[in-house]
Design a protein around this ligand. Structure first.
Ligand code: SAH
Length: 462
């Protein structure tokens, strides 16, 4: 049996969560990934560090690479002995020319497998609030491409079905509506467009065959979009679950932690990276066991502190005589992952909260180490020093700004600031928070930074 070298993988319609477990597993071990324009780009974060990622960007008539060249590239990479993932929007075989790619592999004698995906033809109606079949409406559907070569104005063949779903049809909608009317569909038949289905900027536009062209004059259509024609469109108002969720822009890390709050639009605008000033840091770490207390003001501080400690061949066992304080419950959990139970946890997640937590402890003459970010508030070290403690600061990380994919703020309801640096990075990139967007934040220090930038942010419980 030859080992499979080429995997055609359906990436799903846009929401990155809609790829299959099998597809994701193969993606994460592929050597080469050839991907389409319409896939959720965050999926590429699952690739191996050294995977080669090649955009073959197919959308509408605008093919970055002609199909034959895509086929050739798949075969060339497979012949180099690489595991090739061909990541395709939606499902591989539905209007995706996946069949042709599989045939090309077959013709070249290269083993292939196909992992089906969730097609936009079904997912966009679902997220748009329209079940393609319903016992009160219809028991059959047809999925049609409305794509025609430029200049071809012949009517589209319309199958007889209770629900007709059109893909690749935005440029041809006038002809489609004429063809539907010509095939006997009544003028008051319902039609809906679902643009950017399953994505945060999804929009549903509804009308009838009679008025739809007027409706879209006021709301110009965006691609990609599908059209759904039939009585099922009437259910949309009741079943429109997706648009009822708030769309929340998150600029920090860990989007999964906030998924219960709404549709998370994740753009990681800042990244925490380790800092190192060589021998001084090493010396500080070697001496850390002599400290009376070590105080952590963030989960990242904990992560990078232990990374450095481990790099020196040391671990938590050196801290038998040292006490630990953390700024909040989450940091306490993080610390426990490194084998240490916090002795003190601030009740409110802030420097003031930590100073309060220390209120009952005589720190006079005690040595306290503060592993922290390059830019950190002075409130805690000054407060503890004022009570007689000997403070040593140890910079273990810094935040850097990253380029992010565009985000259309018109489709955002809330922004969640998870740290002061996300506030600053947002202001730098976007200026101010538009009026229709509610600003949220995680704790008092972040709220204070927001305030400095004239942003009124409400503190929320995670
Ligand atoms: N194989 C893909 C379809 C490829 S054809 C699938 O199974 O989904 C490309 C067409 O798919 C687009 O013109 C558009 O009609 C539709 N499409 C793809 N992604 C979409 C999305 N997120 N929302 C609405 N339509 C989408």
């Amino acid at each position: 049996m030859p080992t499979t070298k080429v995997f055609l993988i359906g990436a799903g319609p846009g929401d990155k969560g809609l790829i299959t477990v099998k597809g994701l597993e193969i993606l994460s071990r592929a050597d080469v990934i050839l991907y389409d324009h319409l896939i959720g780009h965050e999926l590429l974060d699952h690739a191996k560090d050294d995977a080669e990622k090649i955009s073959v960007g197919k959308f509408a008539a605008n093919h970055t690479l002609p199909q034959e060249s895509i086929n050739d590239l798949i075969i060339e990479k497979a012949r180099e002995g690489k595991v090739v993932a061909r990541l395709k929007g939606g499902d591989c075989y539905l209007f995706g020319r996946g069949g042709e790619e599989a045939e090309a592999c077959y013709g070249a004698g290269i083993a292939f497998e196909v992992v089906p995906g969730i097609t936009s033809a079904l997912a966009a109606p679902c997220y748009g609030g329209i079940p393609p079949t319903h016992r009160d409406c219809t028991s059959n559907i047809a999925i049609v491409t409305g794509h025609r070569k430029k200049g071809d104005t012949r009517p589209i063949d319309i199958p007889k079905a209770g629900t007709v779903i059109f893909l690749m049809s935005v440029g041809n909608i006038e002809n489609i509506i004429q063809s539907l009317l010509g095939a006997g569909y009544a003028a008051d038949t319902k039609i809906a467009a679902v643009e950017h289905g399953t994505c945060y900027d999804q929009r549903v536009i509804k009308g009838t065959l009679e008025n739809f062209l007027d409706v879209i004059k006021d709301h110009p259509l965006r691609t990609p979009a599908i059209f759904i024609v039939g009585k099922v469109v009437e259910l949309q108002e009741k079943l429109d679950w997706f648009s009822r969720k708030p769309r929340i822009l998150l600029l920090g890390n860990y989007p999964e932690r906030y998924a219960h709050l709404g549709t998370i639009v994740h753009r990681q605008i800042i990244q925490c990276v380790e800092t190192n000033d060589g021998s001084q840091t090493a010396q500080s770490l070697q001496n850390a066991k002599k400290q009376d207390w070590i105080v952590f003001t963030s989960g990242n501080g904990i992560k990078f502190f232990f990374k450095k400690l481990y790099a020196l061949g040391l671990d938590a066992r050196i801290f038998a005589n040292t006490k630990f304080a953390v700024i909040g419950k989450a940091s306490g959990e993080r610390l426990a992952e490194f084998g240490i139970k916090a002795d003190l946890t601030a009740e409110t997640e802030s420097s003031a909260g930590l100073l309060n937590a220390f209120a009952g402890i005589d720190v006079s003459g005690l040595s306290i180490l503060l592993p922290q970010a390059e830019v950190s508030s002075e409130q805690l070290p000054q407060g503890l020093a004022a009570r007689g403690a000997k403070i040593e600061k140890l910079t273990v990380y810094k935040t850097i700004e990253k380029e992010i994919d565009d985000v259309d703020l018109d489709y955002i309801d809330q922004i969640l600031f998870t740290s002061g640096s996300t506030v600053k990075a947002f202001v730098k990139k976007f200026g101010s928070v538009p009026e229709h967007i509610e600003a949220l934040c995680l704790g008092e220090p972040t709220q204070a930074t927001a305030k400095q930038h004239n942003i009124d942010a409400k503190i929320i419980d995670k």
